[in-house]
Write a protein that binds this ligand. Structure first.
Ligand code: SF4
Length: 222
């Protein structure tokens, strides 16, 4: 189980229902550039990038996909080479055997069941081999159809520190967040927390003195 930040939320700062809007508004001003860090030029490239991003950094994925996407342009291309060749091409993202297998299974299903297009709904996306709920959530959000709130390590930590959840499990955290975050903010909310987490609210030493929501945060150290 990863480290918990629930106990850091100790100060009284008012009910979360009253804090959520101002937190979103202030973070949106502070991180106006907060978008997905993966680079892609099509829906298929989005899906592949998100699948490759498991257990590695977005920077690493972007480095690999710069050349990968020149070679693999459509679902058929991933099936036209031996699995070992695809494994070599995605090697640097780690877990390359499993990822290559998932990619090929996904491409096969896209061709057989979705006319070669990337589906938009969570129900359809999670049917693709190797596509778990988090991946599906990221893809559907980026395609303009968010059906949930993406919970990664930053979203988990900041939601706990901000007192938006007391849960540890990502599925339960998401359940709390979809009740709290206005639906129109489901897609951008995770990006705001991710960028705030990277730039200000670090895991080890949050920079509370520089934080635009410190007066709304029960874990603030100032
Ligand atoms: S950096 Fe901001 S959000 Fe993070 S703990 Fe400090 S006050 Fe809270």
């Amino acid at each position: 189980m990863p480290r918990s930040f629930v106990r850091e939320a100790r100060k009284r700062v008012g009910p979360k229902k009253l804090r959520i809007k101002p937190v979103i508004e202030r973070l949106a001003v502070e991180h106006a550039d907060a978008t997905i860090a993966l680079k892609f030029a099509s829906e298929l490239e989005l899906l592949v990038s998100v699948m490759l991003s498991a257990q590695t950094t977005d920077v690493n994925v972007n480095r690999v996909t710069t050349t990968l996407f020149q070679k693999y342009r459509k679902p058929e291309d991933y099936l036209a080479v031996p699995q070992e060749e695809l494994e070599r091409d995605i090697f640097a993202t780690g877990f390359y055997r499993q990822k290559a297998k998932s990619l090929r299974g996904t491409m096969r299903m896209l061709l057989e069941e979705f006319d070669g297009e990337v589906p938009r709904t969570l129900v359809e996306l999670v049917r693709l081999p190797g596509v778990a709920r988090k991946t599906a959530n990221v893809v559907s959000s980026e395609l303009g159809n968010p059906e949930g709130v993406v919970v990664d390590t930053h979203v988990r930590r900041l939601s706990q520190r901000l007192g938006f959840t007391k849960e540890e499990d990502p599925v339960k955290i998401e359940r709390d967040l979809v009740k709290l975050v206005p639906r129109e903010d489901w897609a951008r909310f995770p990006h705001l927390l991710i960028w705030h987490g990277r730039r200000v609210c670090n895991a080890r030493r949050p920079l509370c003195e520089d934080c635009v929501v410190h007066d709304l945060c029960p874990a603030s150290r100032v």
